[in-house]
Design a protein around this ligand. Structure first.
Ligand code: ATP
Ligand code: MG
Length: 419
């Protein structure tokens, strides 16, 4: 992609109406555009990263047997009334609307009700179980506070998976697999070293649910971590009984602010019973399906990466989710530099390397360097009179202070490697 053709532009100044680092950097870099509080458009650069995160999650969900679907955002109140969750006093984030004939509809904030209802068409016997279905879907939530950029949207992208099992034992097996798949996702987006599985309030069937929390200074949640044991507890369930049951001591716990980047729940019959999702077991007896749910905030995860992995100059995208792997900069407008940079751009494209080419003629070297730091691609490759005289291209990782001169062959070799 040629930067001269990219319709988005970087900005030097932080937006005046944003308080969070993720929104500041993503807006300045032209990754997202703010429509209104909690509502953002994903621009070409930002969408590439969002799609890459989605791809990672899809691979990990498929690996544990997930089948992808895509459900509608429009919600039929009759289904939600059966579980008691249509009422605004019960679910306080509903956006509701009406058909022309005054029939009420909701905009989905989550999808337990419609998916359970739908599965009555497909599940009838123990032979149909276990089954796992997931989707990437836009959720709508009328959040009271939407001041944290894409960490808390009123419209946001979620991956939600639902499991349908015969009994608790079958459910537990999948639940444990999902924990591993989730941690794989966080590792692959570059947050594995600061993301923990945390005991949180369970509510319906189980004593606990599990949250995945990424430690950052801006998180809304407080978690208590025993670093030696690798066990963490959300503040909301922190009490003596819980500590005893988990074998933890208060004095070994360190408090951290963290962002909830996912959570998994055991529901049991909470939704299957009121919505009549039953199956016939081996002996011909009818039972409610044993359910669980597994959520990841895809857009929140992108915001969390920015919060956790940036410096004072800009974003530092991990390789697997960077919009482009290489940011190629042509400095100056001499014919020699232009010809050389164009040739390298073509070679990289031919080698299948994703490259953003700063071919803009009107920008200074300083502006181009500043943009490269702000946009945060893993590699910066500079072509200038000086680099050509020195024998090639100056290659620098975003995480390094200083670059080195490499030949075109070396460049191709280094950036083609999967790290
Ligand atoms: P929170 O406590 O942060 O409001 P939640 O408990 O309401 O989250 P769930 O309903 O379980 O979250 O949603 C699953 C996942 O979706 C969460 O773990 C989080 O990563 C993400 N998420 C929830 N609300 C938002 C939001 N308003 N904007 C972006 N992501 C969200
Ligand atoms: Mg919430």
């Amino acid at each position: 992609m040629r930067q001269s053709k990219l319709f988005t532009k970087t900005k030097k100044e932080n937006p005046a109406d944003e308080a969070s680092k993720n929104a500041e950097l993503l807006i300045r870099g032209g990754f997202i555009h703010k429509e209104m509080a909690g509502v953002y458009t994903y621009l070409p650069l930002g969408l590439r990263t969002l799609k890459k995160i989605e791809k990672i999650i899809r691979e990990e969900m498929n690996a544990i047997g997930g089948q992808e679907v895509s459900m509608t955002a429009l919600q039929d109140p009759e289904i939600w009334k059966k579980t008691g969750r249509w009422d605004d006093d019960v679910v306080d984030v509903w956006f509701k609307t009406k058909l022309k004939n005054d029939t009420e509809l909701g905009l989905g904030c989550t999808h337990e009700e419609p998916i359970t209802n739908m599965m009555t068409n497909f599940i009838s016997s123990y032979r149909d179980l276990p089954m796992f279905a997931y989707q990437f879907q836009t959720k709508f939530r009328n959040e009271l506070r939407a001041k944290a950029g894409i960490l808390r949207g009123r419209e946001f992208l979620m991956k939600d998976m639902y499991s349908f099992c015969k009994d608790e034992k079958e459910h537990d097996e999948f639940y444990e697999k999902s924990k591993v798949a989730y941690m794989n996702v966080y590792k692959r987006v570059g947050l594995g070293h600061i993301t923990y599985i945390v005991f949180a309030s369970g509510g319906m069937f189980s004593k606990y649910s599990h949250e995945f929390q990424t430690i950052t200074s801006v998180g809304e949640d407080l978690i208590y971590l025993d670093e030696n044991k690798g066990i963490a507890v959300n503040k909301e369930v922190l009490n003596d009984d819980v500590l005893t049951s988990l074998g933890l001591k208060r004095e070994n716990l360190v408090e951290h602010k963290a962002i909830e980047v996912g959570n998994i729940f055991t529901y049991g019959k909470r939704y299957s019973e009121p919505l009549n999702l039953n199956f016939m077991n081996e002996t011909g007896e009818s039972n409610p399906v044993f359910m669980g749910a597994y959520g990841i905030g895809v857009s929140r995860l992108m915001g969390t990466v920015v919060e956790a992995l940036s410096d004072d100059k800009g974003i530092i995208w991990p390789e697997e989710i960077a919009p482009f792997k290489v940011h190629l900069l042509a400095l100056g407008d001499s014919e020699k530099v232009t010809a050389q940079a164009n040739m390298i751009y073509e070679q990289l494209n031919e080698a299948g390397v994703e490259v953003l080419f700063d071919d803009r003629l009107e920008n200074s070297a300083g502006e181009k360097f500043a943009d490269a730091d702000l946009l945060g691609m893993p590699y910066r490759a500079v072509v200038s009179e000086r680099s050509i005289t020195a024998g090639g291209i100056e290659l620098k990782k975003r995480t390094e202070e200083k670059g080195k001169i490499v030949s075109l062959e070396e460049l191709l070799k280094i950036v083609s490697e999967k790290n």
